[in-house]
Design a protein around this ligand. Structure first.
Ligand SMILES: [Zn+2]
Length: 484
């Protein structure tokens, strides 16, 4: 999809593929904006031999983490931790992957690049492993280890002296490989830390998703211009594992990323399953864990609520009471009278000011809570309209970091359709609706036309509006008549 941050183009380049070293017939396929916008645009090249893509200027232009001490002095940093814990921790895609492994055999687990440590905390809480350790060179690990009371070392693997003599039964690193200039060397380091029968799980973005029709949020995530070196193809990922000396590598596509299981012997994976109930179990246990931070506790309650509903488990009324009390106490948000809140919401202009106002997971709560109401009435509609407004304001404020609101927004708009006929004519609902409609027009990513390059079949899949179908069908019928 064409957007100002990504410009599709084609031109030849003599740059060498850093993964397979091919120099022939490589092409620049797009330019994308550095996450620090003032650093301009970087070319993305694609290899004609292994089909991986890479940023030829990455070494000069990629930005490494700022010093931890400096970050920790920033009072706003904690909001990025909340953002992570509340909405982007990735359990919904990591857990189904982790649960496919024979985790009953793991006595020790090492996660590299564990961020604030939610997935690692999941392993500690639900797996029998006696020892779990995380490595995280950014300030996320420092705060995460406090908030979740987890052993996280603020270090890169090569510098982690405490781990030098250790070997682990299971090592995993999600979305790490692409941040490393020399991936084979990294895989070799992992090999020395792995026990004889151990296994490694990696994820890394797929070169296969670098297409104009990929949703913008997914494209930004796969590219992460300014921090990724390359985006590998499946075949090349396998080659990297063999070059590092492993004898087994299994690669599967998982949405926008590859999942690779790498070992010194074949690994029997369990069948892929939706593991929503395991995540539910995790959050259920977390609701009973004392935490130093009230907001972390509220985040756990909200995640538990959402997970319980998605597993059709009953929710204790006390949980809802506690959530709504904490929203009043810490955010001055009364869900029964949200007018003052919506004024503050519309004044947000940054991911931080947005997160200062409410938990990032709030629109998910409102949507789930509305859909669990059975009266189909006013409160349900207010919750949905408010959730819609929050999503829109979030996408307008920071589409890249709040892109999970995009699919929630679509879900909310479907849930609101039956209300269009009801015409309840409530001033609050009307006000919320109008404000939301105005916001909708101001978000470029929501108002883009389908680019011409999209094959017709794919365009049809994306645009399921009956009107679009009817027009198309009518023109096909006309064409057929003319040809006959
Ligand atoms: Zn290549």
């Amino acid at each position: 999809m064409q957007s100002s941050r990504i410009i599709w183009q084609r031109s030849s380049t003599s740059a060498q593929c850093p993964l397979c070293h091919n120099e022939q017939k490589n092409q620049i396929i797009l330019q994308s904006q550095h996450f620090l916008a003032e650093r301009g645009y970087l070319d993305l090249a694609q290899c004609s031999a292994c089909e991986s893509a890479w940023f030829p200027e990455a070494t000069a232009k990629n930005v490494s983490y700022p010093p931890i001490e400096q970050v920790l002095q920033d009072p706003n940093f904690v909001y990025l931790i909340h953002h992570y814990l509340e909405i982007v921790n990735g359990l919904n895609w990591k857990v189904p992957m982790l649960e496919r492994l024979p985790f009953e055999q793991f006595n020790s687990v090492l996660e590299i690049g564990c961020n604030a440590g939610v997935a690692l905390d999941y392993c500690r809480t639900l797996w029998p492993a006696k020892e779990v350790i995380g490595l995280e060179p950014s300030a996320y690990g420092v705060i995460g280890s406090k908030v979740l009371d987890l052993p996280i070392l603020a270090s890169y693997l090569v510098e982690a002296n405490a781990l030098k003599e250790k070997q682990f039964d299971f090592i995993y690193a999600t979305e790490v490989l692409e941040h490393i200039a020399d991936p084979v060397q990294f895989l070799q380091e992992l090999k020395t830390q792995l026990s004889t029968n151990g296994m490694i799980l990696l994820t890394t973005p797929r070169a296969e998703v670098l297409q104009p029709q990929t949703a913008p949020g997914e494209l930004y995530a796969a590219l992460s211009t300014g921090s990724h070196y390359f985006v590998t193809s499946a075949q090349q990922l396998e080659q990297l594992a063999y070059q590092a000396g492993f004898s087994y590598c299994h690669v599967e596509a998982l949405g926008i990323t590859h999942m690779a299981v790498i070992a010194n012997q074949p690994v029997q994976l369990k069948p892929a399953q939706n593991q929503a109930e395991r995540i539910y179990e995790y959050y259920k246990r977390k609701t009973h864990v004392d935490t130093l931070y009230a907001r972390t506790h509220l985040g756990h309650l909200l995640n538990y609520h959402q997970q319980a509903l998605s597993c059709t488990k009953p929710i204790e009324p006390a949980i809802i009471t506690e959530i709504e009390q904490l929203l009043k106490q810490y955010f001055e948000l009364d869900l029964q009278a949200p007018e003052a809140f919506t004024q503050r919401l519309l004044a947000t202009d940054h991911l931080i000011s947005f997160g200062r106002l409410m938990p990032y997971s709030l629109p998910f709560y409102l949507t789930a809570q509305a859909q669990s109401q059975t009266d189909g009435g006013f409160k349900e509609q207010v919750y949905l309209e408010l959730a819609r407004l929050i999503c829109l304001q979030g996408l307008k404020t920071d589409f890249q970091n709040l892109f999970v609101y995009h699919s929630l927004l679509e879900q909310i708009e479907v849930a609101l359709q039956p209300f269009a006929q009801l015409n309840l004519d409530q001033p609050l609902v009307n006000e919320l609706q109008q404000t939301a409609n105005q916001l909708h027009t101001k978000i470029p990513e929501l108002n883009q036309a389908v680019p011409k390059i999209v094959p017709l079949k794919k365009a049809l899949k994306k645009h399921t509006k009956p009107k679009f179908y009817r027009i198309l069908q009518a023109s096909f019928t006309k064409l057929r008549q003319q040809l006959a």
